[in-house]
Design a protein around this ligand. Structure first.
Ligand code: HAM
Length: 417
C-alpha cells in the first residue's frame, strides 16, 4: 500500500462540489472585475523564485522543492503564484495594454511542517493587477478578496501595514538596526542573519525571545515620509468608507521580499486553525523591473483555498451542494436497449440522470437512488414498455404517477429546477 505524500491532500469526489463552488465564485468575480485568467507552469527556473521571493526569505531558504532535470537545469515547484505570473507578464509582453488584471487558481508547493491549514501542496486563488499605482487599484485588490470571502460567509479582519517608498524603507532599516543592535546577542541565529541581509524580516520572527525584544521596537508606520503617510491614510479612509474591518499592524512584513509599500493580510482573529492568515498580499512596484521588464507597479493577493475550506468546516459553515441527481432510472426488463435510449433522451433534454450499470435488483436500485439523493425515480419494467408508459416516483413526497414515456420530461420539468 502506497500512501499519499506527507502534507498533501486528495480532493475526494464527495468534496468536489466545494472546489466547484470556489471556481464559480472566482469566475463570477473575474467577470465583475474584468479579470483575465493566466496559468503558468507548475515548475520554473529556481533562479526566478530566488530573485523574486528573496534569498533571505524562509520560502527560498527552507521550503522550496528544487531538483535538477535530466538536462541539469535547476527547477523548482512554484512555492507561490506571483513570480511565475510576473515572468510570464514580461516574457509575453502583457504590458502592452495596461492595466493587466490577472487571476489564477494554482497549486503551490512549500516544504513546511504540515498541520491543520498548512500543507506541502496547497492551492491559491491569486490576483495581480499590473500597471496601476493608485489608491483605486489598492482598494480594488482588497475588494476582490473581500467579495471572495463574503461569498462564503467569511468576514476576516484585514491587517495592514505600509512599508513605504524605497527611501522610507531604507531609513527604517537603519532605525530598526540601531534598535536591535545592542540586543542582538540575545536574539535567535536567524535574526543574526536577517540583521545582515534583510533587517525588516526581524519583525516577522516567531521566536518568543525575539518577539519579546521587539515589543518595544520602532514602528515603520511612525517613520514614513509625508507622501507615504498620506497614501496610507487615504487607503485606511477608503477601507473605512467600505466598512472594512482593519487593524494597522506595523510588524506585518510578509514572508516574501518583493513587497514595496502596502502589505496586507486577511486574518481570522479567532485563530480557528492555528494558522490565522486566510490570505495576503500587497504592492510590489519593483519586481517587474528587477526581473528584467519595464518598470510596472503591481498590487495583488493570494488566498489559500484549502485553508478557506477547512476554516468553513471548523466554523460549521456549509457550502450548499447543488449537485443533486434529477432522476434515477430503475429497470427490471431484459430490454436494456429501451432503457439506455430512454435515459439518453432525458439527458439530451438536460436532466441529470443515472441508471443501473450493475444488474442490481429493483429493490437495491431504489435503495441506491435514495442513498445518492435522486429527486425522482422512474421505473421501467416490461409492463411499462408494453404500455409505452413509465412510473415516476417523487422521492421527496412519495407521490407516484404513471405517464406516457414521451411526456416524462414535461412532467419532470415542472418539479426539477
Ligand atoms: P502568502 O501569504 O505566502 O502570499 O500566501 C497566500 C495565502 O496562501 C496564505 O495567506 C494562506 O492562506 C495560503 N497558504 C500559504 N502557504 C500555505 C500552506 N503551506 N498551506 C496552506 N495554505 C497556505 C503569497 O503567496 C503571495 N504570492 C500573495 C500575493 C500575490 N502577493 C501579491 N500577489
Amino acid at each position: 500500500m502506497i500512501n499519499i505524500p506527507k502534507g498533501t491532500k486528495d480532493m475526494l469526489p464527495n468534496d468536489s462540489y466545494k472546489w466547484q463552488k470556489v471556481r464559480e465564485v472566482v469566475q463570477s468575480l473575474a467577470r465583475k472585475y474584468n479579470l483575465h485568467e493566466i496559468s503558468t507552469p507548475v515548475f520554473e527556473s529556481t533562479e526566478l523564485f530566488v530573485r523574486s521571493d528573496g534569498e533571505s526569505s524562509d520560502i527560498v531558504n527552507k521550503e522550496m522543492y528544487t531538483f535538477n532535470d535530466k538536462g541539469g537545469r535547476s527547477l523548482t515547484l512554484k512555492p507561490e503564484g506571483t513570480a511565475g505570473v510576473v515572468r510570464s507578464f514580461i516574457e509575453n509582453g502583457l504590458g502592452e495594454l495596461l492595466p493587466a488584471k490577472l487571476f489564477y487558481i494554482s497549486p503551490c508547493y512549500r516544504y513546511e511542517k504540515p498541520q491543520a491549514g498548512r500543507l506541502r501542496e496547497h492551492h491559491q486563488f491569486g490576483c495581480e493587477i499590473f500597471g496601476a499605482n493608485s489608491l483605486a487599484s489598492d482598494v480594488e485588490a482588497v475588494l476582490i478578496a473581500y467579495d471572495f470571502y463574503k461569498a462564503f460567509g467569511i468576514n476576516p479582519v484585514i491587517h495592514v501595514n505600509f512599508l513605504g517608498c524605497p527611501e522610507c524603507k531604507s531609513n527604517f532599516k537603519d532605525t530598526l538596526k540601531n534598535f536591535v543592535s545592542p540586543k542582538l546577542d540575545d536574539m535567535c541565529p536567524d535574526c543574526h542573519k536577517r540583521y545582515e541581509t534583510n533587517p525588516l524580516r526581524i519583525l516577522d520572527c516567531k521566536s518568543p525571545v525575539c518577539k519579546e525584544i521587539l515589543t518595544s521596537s520602532p514602528k515603520i508606520t511612525d517613520n514614513l515620509c509625508p507622501k507615504c503617510q498620506d497614501k496610507f491614510n487615504e487607503f485606511k479612509k477608503m477601507l473605512n468608507s467600505f466598512g472594512i474591518n482593519y487593524v494597522v499592524d506595523p510588524k506585518l512584513v510578509r514572508g516574501l521580499d518583493y513587497y514595496t509599500d502596502l502589505a496586507f493580510e486577511f486574518v481570522d482573529e479567532d485563530k480557528t486553525l492555528g494558522q490565522n492568515a486566510l490570505g495576503g498580499g500587497g504592492r510590489y512596484d519593483n519586481l517587474v523591473a528587477e526581473l528584467g521588464g519595464k518598470s510596472t507597479p503591481v498590487v495583488g493577493f493570494g488566498i489559500g483555498i484549502e485553508r478557506i475550506l477547512l476554516y468553513l468546516e471548523s466554523k460549521g459553515i456549509e457550502i450548499e451542494n447543488p449537485r443533486k441527481l434529477d432522476v434515477y432510472v430503475a429497470s427490471n426488463t431484459e430490454d436494456e436497449n429501451y432503457v439506455i435510449k430512454f435515459v439518453k433522451s432525458l439527458r439530451d433534454k438536460g436532466f441529470a440522470v443515472e441508471s443501473d450499470l450493475m444488474a442490481r435488483s429493483l429493490k437495491s436500485q431504489f435503495k441506491y437512488a435514495d442513498k445518492i439523493g435522486a429527486k425522482f425515480v422512474i421505473t421501467i419494467g416490461d409492463d411499462e414498455i408494453n404500455e409505452n408508459k413509465v412510473s415516476i416516483k417523487n422521492m421527496e413526497t412519495g407521490e407516484q404517477i404513471k405517464v406516457w414515456s414521451n411526456d416524462a420530461d414535461d412532467y419532470l420539468r415542472e418539479y426539477v429546477k
